[in-house]
Design a protein around this ligand. Sequence first.
Ligand code: ASP
Length: 332
Amino acid sequence: MKTMIRLFVAAAFAVSAPALAQDRAEPRWSLAIHGGAGTLDPEKITPERRAAYEASLQNALDAGKAILASGGSAMDAVKAAIIPLEDDPLFNAGRGAVFTWEGRNELDASIMDGRDRSAGAVTGVTSIKNPILLADKVRTDSPHVFLMGEGAEEFASQVQLETASPEWFATEPRRESLERMKADALSSIDVDHKFGTVGAVALDMDGNLAAGTSTGGMTGKRWGRIGDAPVIGAGTYADNRSCAVSATGWGEFFIRVGVAKEICSRLRLSNADQPHVAADEVMAEVKELGGDGGVIVVTPKGEALYSFNTTGMYRGRATSEGVNEVAIFAAE
Ligand code: ASP
């Protein structure tokens, strides 16, 4: 009897209201953030350090939430969430970026607007305080999508973005990682155990999606190495028809799989009702090739999810339905 009543109610609703209005009766917003994935062991983190990560993630989540909850855009929320993470030396983006083999901090970032798939990205910049803002300026104020190195810095000075000195980005723990890597002939994975890239994905109350990612790359990177974070389609993608994705992990594998776009394409073409399945399948492909890391995904319906094949990912999510959480380890 109960089932019949439910069926009846659903049918009556379908007749009296168009499907879209039914789906979006209450305007929804949704936000997910990450601060990198990797080999994270709850036994090896002090309570103070854990609290510091959680507070920083919550602070970034709050900045993005405040915009979405008051009717602001997904693009603004993504930038608002990423900026404090770029400014926090705990994460490998902006201040606290890892060092290149030559001992520099070279920053990458990208951002994409799901409304029109406009995108901006920069790689190898060394003096821009918040690279996510430069990526967005590339999107809005240049005819291009992707700028590198000196040219990107020249463009930044034309659009008058805030700069910072090399000392702002250079932090002792990251320098020690480079020194250890060189002294013990370690790989960047051995030396870091985790990726500290930051990212955010959002759905706003107008139904628009956005994604952004910012990173220092991988410790000891050389020869102008570029990872997935600034590569549209690999580390970042947003399309109102499917989803918004930001990735963190071993960038070479994420580029080869085209992770962010691959998840969105699967959702658009066949798997719209099972975003977690699409994300898990694509992350399984990364694993099969030998890579690791994770993604955050937000869908047009407001689902906010994570998928990672590591023992942890610094992450958080919040939605208009009352979800608010930050987490680090896989079991949480
Ligand atoms: N994906 C980044 C890169 O390969 C690293 C990270 O996620 O921290 O450059």
